[in-house]
Write a protein that binds this ligand. Sequence first.
Ligand code: ASP
Length: 343
Amino acid sequence: MKALTIIKTKLITSIALVFALTACSDNASTDNTVKAEFAIAIHGGAGTILKSKMTDEVEAQYKEKLQEARDAGYLVLENGGTSQTAVLAAIQIMETSPLFNSGVGAVYTYEGEHELDASVMDGSNRQAGAVAGVKTVKSPIELAIAVMEKSEHVMLSGKGAEAFAVSQGMTPVSNKMFDTERRLESLKRAKAKMQVSKNWSASEDFRFGTVGAVALDKNGNLFAGTSTGGMTAKRWGRVGDSPIIGAGTFADNTSCAVSATGHGEYFIRYNVASDICARVEYQNKSIVEAGDEVIHDVLLPVGGTGGVIILDTKGNIHMPFNTTGMYRASKSSNGDESVEIFK
Ligand code: ASP
């Protein structure tokens, strides 16, 4: 009789456990329906971007360039190209535009130069490539891809990275090629503020315009890339999150692809890009839940400002940011498309 009671109790406990687990996984499960066969999302930086401080003309210029970059990447995907080629196409358009803080238009270091950072990651195999602090490379994103494909390494920096670029047939360019009057003015303002506050990162307008792209191709492969000049008046070879795999860039077909923009020190410390993907993979969260948690609940309370673009293998796109604006655009094969700047 006592044995029967024990068996009964165990049975009830097991049934209860099964119910609890089912309920739990139901709550956490992501939507598995395919939203789009292929898609692309891009960003051109996040920060204190206020509509009141932007003329209609400047707003139109940004939107036009974002659309051009997005459409270039989308065309690659539509024609059956890889997500890698799509990301490269989109980012190179932004690297050559003075509007963004990457390539031409990159911010100045304290010494009045440009030190460029970039990284890429392939979601199909977790291959990755990155470069930091390069001064003579026209397209840092192209060099990051070369590091991934043609070297045994993941990350190269400074003079070594520049020598590798030459070894890959890339002609060095003058650092002056990246100069713009607007960024020089920012450097002057930054230095003036630093005289007073000694707090380099106090002013949010010391950056803006890092560029990034995430894409999903017809083969179901994700790819992510990010390219930047970093933050105005950076010193001592400072490197932000953009060239750091896991912080500024991450892609894995089992979860999602992410490219970040914001105050790099926080994105490194909170491992932002891979934390979002880890929440998707291990906690079975949607990219909306995972992205919002990290950007709003983790970063914001500690003072980390910025945003991310996220794409999963179902073609879902999410672009959360905790600043007043983020230059961003997206397009999916299901017909959805957007080009936006403000909240
Ligand atoms: N994340 C970049 C950096 O810290 C800057 C930016 O995204 O605006 O270098």
